[in-house]
Design a protein around this ligand. Structure first.
Ligand code: APR
Ligand code: ZN
Length: 365
C-alpha cells in the first residue's frame, strides 16, 4: 500500500510503498477512502511536537471495513467507518465514567496497536508506526476495532473523514465541553477546520452573537457563510481585544474559543472575558509553551478556563450524531472541504496551511 511517511518529526514527508499485516485479535482492516490534512499533522511535520518515527501521518480519516480479525463482533466488511484518533481502553476510570477523551489506557499516544507492535512495515521488514494508532494517510489501516466507528453510507467520504478530527474537536468544544446555551455570545479565534467547526457548533447551539477572528480576510468571509454575526480581522493583540469587546456588545462574551494554538491568542481569549466568562482552549501550541494572565481580575470576576481535548468526544456516540446532523442539513461539513487532493499532494497542502490559505484539503484514495 502507498502511505505518507515521515522518518522523524521535523522532516518532510514522502510517499512510500509499505506492507501491512492482516488484522489480529480485536482489530479491523480498513480500506481508506479519505483523509483530511489537519494542523496537528503539520505540528508533527514541522517538529513542533516530538513524535517517534518512521511514522505514517494522518489522523482524520474514513474508509470501508475490509476484514475483521478474530473476536470482532461489532463490525462487518463493507461498513463505512470513521476512525477515532483516541481509541478508548474502556476499562480505566475515565472511560468507565464516560470521559473517553482522557482515557489513560489507550495506546494511541504511542502510535501502536494495543499489543504494543505495529502492523505496517517496509520491504526490509523494519516496522513503521501509525500516527495516533490510525495513520490515515495510507491506502489501508489496521486499527483496534474500537477505533472504527460505523456511520451511515449516505455520508460522503470526505465529510466522514472530517468528523474524525476537526468537526468533533470544534463542534464538541461548543456542545459538550462548554455546553453553550441558546442566546449566548461567543468569540472564535482562528477559522481553520477546527475554528469553523466551532462556528457551526455555535449556530447549532443557538448562540445569537458569534464573533469570528482570523488574520486572513478570506477566512472571515467563510465564517460569515457559516453563520458568524461579527467579523474581526486580527491585528496587534490590544487592537484585536478592543475590536472583539466592541463586537460583543454590552453584556460581553460568554465563551471565548481559541482554535489556533498560539500563546498570544490564548492570552487574548482570556483577556476578552467579562466577569463570569469562560475561555475554552481548543488549539494545541507547540510543546512546552506557557501563557499568562492577570490573576486578580480573573479570580475577582469568577472567570474560567477549560482545556478541550477532541471536543470531549465519545466517538461511538458522537460520530454517528454528527453524521446524522449533517444528513439532516444542520452541520454543513461539506463546506469545509476546499479541495480533494491526491496522496502525493500533502506537502503542498502543508504549505498552504502554513500561510493560512484555503479550507480543508482532503486526500481521496
Ligand atoms: N491571529 C488570528 N488568526 C490566526 C493567527 C493569529 N495570530 N495565526 C493563525 N491564524 C489563523 C489562520 O489564518 C487559520 O485560518 O488560524 C487558523 C488556523 O487554521 P488551520 O491551520 O487550518 O488549523 P486547524 O486544523 O483548524 O487546527 C487549529 O487546533 O487541533 C488543533 O493542532 C490543531 O493547533 C491546531 C488548531
Ligand atoms: Zn486533527
Amino acid at each position: 500500500m502507498r502511505a505518507v511517511v515521515i522518518e522523524q518529526a521535523g522532516l518532510p514527508t514522502s510517499v512510500e510503498e509499505l506492507l501491512i499485516d492482516e488484522p489480529r485479535e480485536g482489530e479491523v482492516a480498513v480500506r481508506m477512502t479519505a483523509s483530511g490534512v489537519c494542523h496537528s499533522d503539520l505540528h508533527v511535520r514541522d517538529g513542533e511536537w516530538p513524535r517517534p518515527g518512521p511514522i505514517i501521518l494522518g489522523h482524520e480519516g474514513a474508509g470501508i471495513v475490509d476484514a475483521v480479525g478474530p473476536g470482532v463482533t461489532t463490525l462487518r466488511p463493507g461498513q463505512q467507518v470513521v476512525l477515532t484518533w483516541y481509541y478508548p481502553c474502556l476499562r480505566c476510570r475515565n472511560c468507565q465514567e464516560g470521559r473517553q477523551w482522557i482515557c489513560t489506557g489507550s495506546r494511541s499516544l504511542q502510535h501502536r496497536a494495543a499489543d504494543g507492535t505495529s502492523r505496517a512495515r517496509r520491504a526490509d521488514g523494519s516496522s513503521v508506526l501509525a500516527y495516533l494508532s490510525i495513520g490515515t494517510m495510507a491506502e489501508r489501516a489496521v486499527v483496534p476495532a474500537d477505533a472504527a466507528i460505523p456511520i451511515p453510507d449516505a455520508v460522503a467520504p470526505e465529510v466522514a473523514a472530517l468528523i474524525g478530527c476537526c468537526v468533533s474537536t470544534g463542534v464538541g468544544a461548543v456542545l459538550k465541553t462548554a455546553d453553550v446555551p441558546a442566546g449566548a455570545s461567543v468569540v472564535v479565534f482562528g477559522l481553520g477546520g477546527v475554528g469553523l467547526s466551532v462556528v457551526m457548533g455555535a449556530v447549532l447551539a443557538g448562540a445569537t452573537r458569534i464573533v469570528a477572528v482570523d488574520r486572513v480576510a478570506a477566512k472571515l468571509d467563510m465564517a460569515a457563510e457559516f453563520g458568524a454575526t461579527h467579523l474581526v480581522q486580527a491585528s496587534d493583540p490590544d487592537a484585536t481585544v478592543s475590536a472583539i469587546r466592541e463586537a460583543a456588545g454590552p453584556d460581553g462574551i460568554d465563551f471565548a474559543f481559541e482554535a489556533i494554538g498560539l500563546t498570544s491568542t490564548v492570552e487574548q481569549a482570556i483577556a476578552v472575558l467579562p466577569p463570569g466568562g469562560t475561555a475554552v482552549l481548543v488549539g494545541m501550541t507547540p510543546v512546552g509553551q506557557r501563557a499568562s494572565f492577570d490573576v486578580f481580575p480573573f479570580v475577582d470576576g469568577s472567570r474560567r478556563i477549560i482545556g478541550s481535548n477532541y471536543g470531549f468526544a465519545v466517538a461511538a456516540n458522537d460520530f454517528p450524531l454528527y453524521a446524522d446532523l449533517h444528513l439532516a442539513g444542520r452541520l454543513p461539513i461539506d463546506r469545509l472541504v476546499e479541495a480533494t487532493i491526491g496522496i502525493d499532494d500533502v506537502e503542498d497542502a502543508f504549505d498552504r496551511m502554513r500561510r493560512g490559505e484555503g479550507l480543508r484539503r482532503v486526500i481521496r484514495f
